[in-house]
Design a protein around this ligand. Sequence first.
Ligand SMILES: [Fe+2]
Length: 191
Amino acid sequence: MSGNSATLRDVYLPMRPNAPEFEALVTGIRAAVDSDADWARTAELVAAQLRRHLPSPDLLAPEQRTGAADSYRSHLLHAEPDGSFSVVALTWRPGQTTPIHDHVTWCVFGVIQGIEHEELFVLDEERGCLVEAGASANPTGEVSGFAPPGDIHRVRNVGDDTAISIHVYGTDVSRIGSSVRREYGLPVLAA
Ligand SMILES: [Fe+2]
């Protein structure tokens, strides 16, 4: 991967956008989270809000939209004071990828620039390996969400330009350091 893989020890660069469209998104997410639905339903509700209020890349400063040479970058856009959710923008240069990982909470993401490729895996504990469970290409405008368990995945920028995506997590990732529950270094078998 020519040095583009990364561990998920994210550095959250503080940023507080105050664009009205972003405030509308945060208000919508807050209402969805306050509904006290289970994680799967909360992810659906939050995804609906992100589809309705999907930000444009200019939410980030120009120098933030270029990504970084060594790894993808995380920009903290909002941390709810009660810790119930946070919003992060991830920038990825071509070829940059996450390790295979899963999450401590629900997650909703929307691509606002470029194209991100996502691979899904299932843990086979008996054989001590991962089994491929599908893949999707998520172009600009695509929004989807998921809730653990069953969220083992890997994300990669497969386009020719920097990709940017908005991620909403059901916790304050800047407090706990990362949304990641576990990284998987296991062998991967085809389905
Ligand atoms: Fe993830």
